[in-house]
Design a protein around this ligand. Structure first.
Ligand SMILES: Nc1ncnc2c1ncn2[C@@H]1O[C@H](COP(=O)(O)OP(=O)(O)OP(=O)(O)O)[C@@H](O)[C@H]1O
Ligand SMILES: [Mg+2]
Length: 455
């Protein structure tokens, strides 16, 4: 941050001038005001970072000035200056959000130290706010690529459910389909966006540890519990708790979680005090929770409690229209990050991307693009730069396509073969003719003509 600006408000001109001199020597930008009215004008105009405010002012009082400052959007630090006789006023000011107070007369050094400390707090607060803003920006719905109908429906549903404060969401989808991305987008678009989202990966933490991570514990709860620990549920209070891989939670812990959800209270391990929490729960799983429920591996009552709004993210292979837009979006991201200037994808490489089944879904695609862009400096992604599995896959796809189209021991005319192949590609692209034409290597109008010629 550049130089901080300080406004000094006092009705004694001598005090104003002395403080101004002392603070300018510290390289602060200093403004002065000799009344509450004047102070409000200066605040409006110069938006100081810190205000040194005398409580005893004629006209608009120091307390009034403080109240106005605290109602503003900006983060401004207020330090009160007060005489001993009206110390109770300083207490009132602290309750209204003043940072600190100095008893008159004070030493210049004490003033400098207080200001220094206050400005450090301010920088930290600003940094935290900026971080929160950039987190929000990262999970902006607009950044989620959703060209396909299936995915845009998913995003639309997530957007709608984000607005309702407490609704529980269950995200289902294969690994790498974007469950975490969606969970965060929902949180950062909910009324709780200024509060934390805590995530817990139920598969990554051993069962006994998971319980103490969730609920926290009191000192002495077990041998290693030297100090009290606040659990994740408490840390997520007023915010969102994201349970990733919920299908891996043990049955015992499921029962305990259900109780928290129903009653909104719990106790730390080894404790007896009921702790109240207000959390929104989002869960994710890549297993079929309904099936697990039937088999008794997942509690039915908890399943119903979590499955209020189920959102299923389809695998990437079921939404081919997203592949190239995703690849291009990752390309823009890595251009920035790796200082590259890729502009597009060659026809042949695009075809390979479109015909690969993407078992690792969007994450795999992102990794492929990242790998190419860190290895090569070029304008276009070329077929030859693709990993082996993508290049091989195309050959296999071509071979098996023929076998699939022409049943063993039967023969087709060229016309019949062409018709079958076009049908197959069209079904693969969900009747998207532009994409089908791309794969077939012909112009969309020729594809249209071929289709028309047949009907
Ligand atoms: N529609 C999308 N638009 C942009 N980026 C996406 C999209 N879907 C996923 N991603 C990106 O793909 C990567 C994987 O997504 P994410 O971690 O959310 O998947 P996941 O479903 O939680 O996977 P897992 O089950 O393995 O934990 C992330 O980098 C994410 O930002
Ligand atoms: Mg995940």
């Amino acid at each position: 941050m550049s130089t901080f600006s300080i406004l000094i408000v006092d009705d004694e001109i001598l005090t104003l001038n002395n403080l101004k001199k002392a603070l300018e020597r510290e390289d602060y930008e200093v403004h002065l005001a000799d009344s509450g009215e004047r102070a409000l004008e200066v605040i409006d105009r110069y938006k100081p970072d810190l205000i040194l405010l005398d409580l005893m002012l004629p006209g608009i009082s120091g307390i009034e000035v403080l109240k106005t400052v605290k109602e503003m959007e900006r983060e401004t630090i207020v330090i009160m200056m007060t005489a001993y006789e009206i110390l109770e006023k300083a207490v009132e000011a602290m309750k209204l959000g003043a940072y600190d107070y100095l008893l008159k007369p004070f030493k210049i050094n004490d003033l400098k130290n207080t200001i220094h400390r206050a400005l450090e707090t301010l920088s930290l607060r600003i940094r935290v706010l900026e971080h929160l803003e950039s987190e929000k920006g990262r999970y902006y719905f607009g950044k989620i690529v959703a060209e396909s109908k299936k995915m845009s429906e998913v995003v639309e549903l997530a957007r709608r459910v984000a607005g309702s404060d407490k609704t529980t969401v269950l995200l289902q989808g294969e690994s790498g389909t974007g469950k975490e991305l969606l969970a965060k987008a929902i949180h950062y678009h909910s009324p709780r966006s200024d509060k934390p989202i805590v995530d817990i990966n139920c598969a990554a933490i051993p069962e006994n540890l998971l319980e103490s991570e969730l609920f926290g514990f009191e000192a002495g709860a077990f041998t290693d519990a030297k100090k009290r620990k606040i659990g994740l549920l408490e840390r997520g209070d007023e915010g969102t708790v994201f349970f990733d891989e919920i299908g891996d939670m043990s049955l015992g812990l499921q029962a305990k979680l259900l109780r928290v959800l129903e009653e909104g209270t719990f106790t730390r391990l080894g404790g007896s005090k009921q702790i109240k929490v207000n959390i929104r729960v989002i869960t994710a799983t890549n297993s079929d929770l309904a099936k697990a429920t039937e088999k008794g591996a997942f509690r039915q009552d908890l399943f119903y409690r979590l499955n209020v709004v189920p959102i299923t993210i389809p695998p990437l292979s079921e939404r081919n229209e997203d592949i190239l837009p995703l690849a291009l979006s990752f390309m823009r991201e890595f251009n920035r990050e790796l200082k590259r200037s890729f502009r597009g994808i060659s026809q042949e490489a695009a075809q390979a991307l479109l015909s690969y089944p993407w078992p690792g879904n969007v994450r795999e695609l992102r990794n492929v693009i990242e790998r190419i862009m860190s290895l090569y400096v070029a304008e276009e992604v070329q077929f030859s730069q693709l990993p082996l599995e993508l290049r091989n896959r195309q050959k296999i796809a071509k071979q098996s396509a023929i076998e699939e189209l022409v049943p063993a021991a039967s023969f087709l005319t060229l016309d019949e073969l062409e018709r079958k192949y076009i049908e197959k590609i069209l079904s693969h692209t969900h009747n998207n003719r532009t994409q089908a034409a791309k794969i077939l290597g012909i112009h969309p109008t020729s594809l249209y003509r071929k289709m028309k010629g047949r009907s």
